[in-house]
Ligand binder design. Structure first.
Ligand code: PEP
Length: 259
């Protein structure tokens, strides 16, 4: 069965003075807690400090982005081996804020997926439609395009090393989350497409997370859906207690579903 996964995306929040107590709060809140994989993605500047705090715990360290090359003349960029050296095991790729604000295209996202995999990082490939696309009935078309492009050139085994995060753009940071049914419908679609693009086995093992205004009080219903394998949490991950409570709900969701 798929172990639930909850990832904290701190975005551009967290000076060292803020990141250290936040990571410590999550670590202490999850002491002796089992049944859910947890990853914290602080800003680059806090990776080392947060990594030290998480050392010896099962909580993983992840980055919010990476370049696709291992090194090179790319001022201001961070390469996958640099993340690995700091203890990162995962990296968010294609977050809608990067697609929108930094002009990341599907092609660039695909190169980053390849670059991350080449260095042993788990890419968390983010996909999702805008409000306008949903209004126009283009949700599946958008998600299909992003997935096909993001996974291009990967064999089934490589696809099996990814995590996919369905993050409807209209739900990110808006306080309006997708309903459990809306999310489950897209997650089922993602799994069906991955089954076609890779294999049925890979699709069955693939963790598809939901992201978009997940809070402690909306997490129960979302995480009770069998298609939702966990959450990518932005704003609510900046509060240790709130985030810990979402992680615990992910465990309860899995238990309810008999996993
Ligand atoms: C995100 O940034 O991935 C996200 C889901 O943000 P929020 O939870 O704040 O909507």
């Amino acid at each position: 069965m798929r172990t639930p996964l909850v990832i904290a995306n701190w975005k551009m929040f967290g000076t060292l003075a803020e990141a250290r107590p936040l990571a410590t709060g999550v670590r202490d809140g999850l002491k002796r807690f089992k049944g859910v994989d947890v990853v914290l993605c602080p800003p680059y500047t806090a990776l080392m400090a947060v990594g030290e705090i998480l050392q010896g715990t099962p909580i993983g360290l992840g980055a919010q982005n990476c370049h696709y090359e291992a090194s090179g003349a790319h001022t201001g960029e961070i390469a996958p081996p640099m993340l690995v050296e700091l203890g990162c095991r995962s990296v968010l790729i294609g977050h809608s804020e990067r697609r929108r604000e930094m002009g990341e295209t599907d092609e660039l996202v695909n190169r980053k997926v390849h670059g991350a995999l080449a260095h042993g990082l788990t890419p968390v490939l983010c996909v999702g439609e805008t409000a306008e696309e949903r209004r126009q009935g283009l949700t599946f078309t958008t998600v299909e395009g992003q997935l096909r492009a993001g996974l291009a050139g990967l064999d089934a085994a490589a696809v099996g090393r990814l995590v996919v995060a369905y993050e409807p753009v209209w739900a990110i940071g808006t306080g309006v989350n997708a309903t459990p049914q809306q999310a489950a419908e897209v997650h089922g679609y993602v799994r069906g497409l991955v089954s076609e693009l890779a294999s049925k086995e890979v699709a069955q093992g693939l963790r598809v997370l939901y992201g978009g205004s997940v809070k402690a009080d909306s997490a129960d219903a979302l995480l009770a859906e069998s298609e939702i394998d966990g959450a990518l949490v932005g704003g609510a991950s900046l509060n240790a207690q709130g985030f810990v409570s979402i992680v615990k709900k992910a465990a309860r969701g899995a238990a309810t579903r008999g996993e």
